[in-house]
Design a protein around this ligand. Structure first.
Ligand SMILES: [Zn+2]
Length: 172
């Protein structure tokens, strides 16, 4: 949990030994400058983009997830618009996903990381959702993985699996 406390990045890096990871504090400063300076606020207003916000459904799903996933996704929504489709899956939902054609999960309850409480997996999709747009899913993955890397949180993207699962992210 140390790695998530504001300002603890430097010591977390030292403790965990992720030399490649930038410190939380330095990343936060860069992020603050990028998102809060008057120039960037003007830019966002001019082009009518970010900051984006989660819908109530997205927030409800995200709140079933592990704190590390919540932190990553809350940072990602500031720069890229997407929906949280699913966090925790109960037995009915998991077995429905398993039985669904095409199959939405390779696992029966309780073997998916979506079945832990809090959930160690989350499914997300670029907004507006187009399941047939792998480019948008890949753009979103670049954002999410870079944030996870900055926070030194090992994260797996299902888009890199042999049996591709573009919306899926899970903690290692
Ligand atoms: Zn999933």
């Amino acid at each position: 949990m140390t790695i998530l406390s504001p300002g603890s990045g430097g010591s977390a890096r030292k403790t965990i030994g992720f030399g490649r990871c930038a410190s939380y504090a330095s990343q936060k400063r860069k992020h603050d400058v990028a998102t809060k300076s008057p120039a960037s606020i003007r830019l966002m207003k001019d082009v009518n983009i970010a900051p984006f916000k989660f819908s109530s459904h997205s927030l409800k799903e995200l709140n079933t997830c592990d704190a590390r996933l919540r932190e990553i996704m809350k940072r990602a929504i500031k720069v890229y618009d997407f929906s949280v489709i699913c966090g925790f899956r109960d037995e009915t939902a998991q077995n429905y996903a398993y039985d669904h054609k095409p199959q939405l999960s390779k696992f029966k309850w309780p073997n998916s990381k979506h079945n832990r409480q809090p959930s160690l997996a989350v499914d997300v999709a670029p907004y507006p959702i187009n399941w047939d747009d792998p480019v948008k899913f890949t753009e979103l993955a670049i954002v999410i993985k870079s944030i996870a890397n900055d926070l030194c949180i090992p994260l797996i993207w299902g888009g890199e699996w042999r049996s591709v699962d573009m919306p899926h992210y899970e903690l290692k």
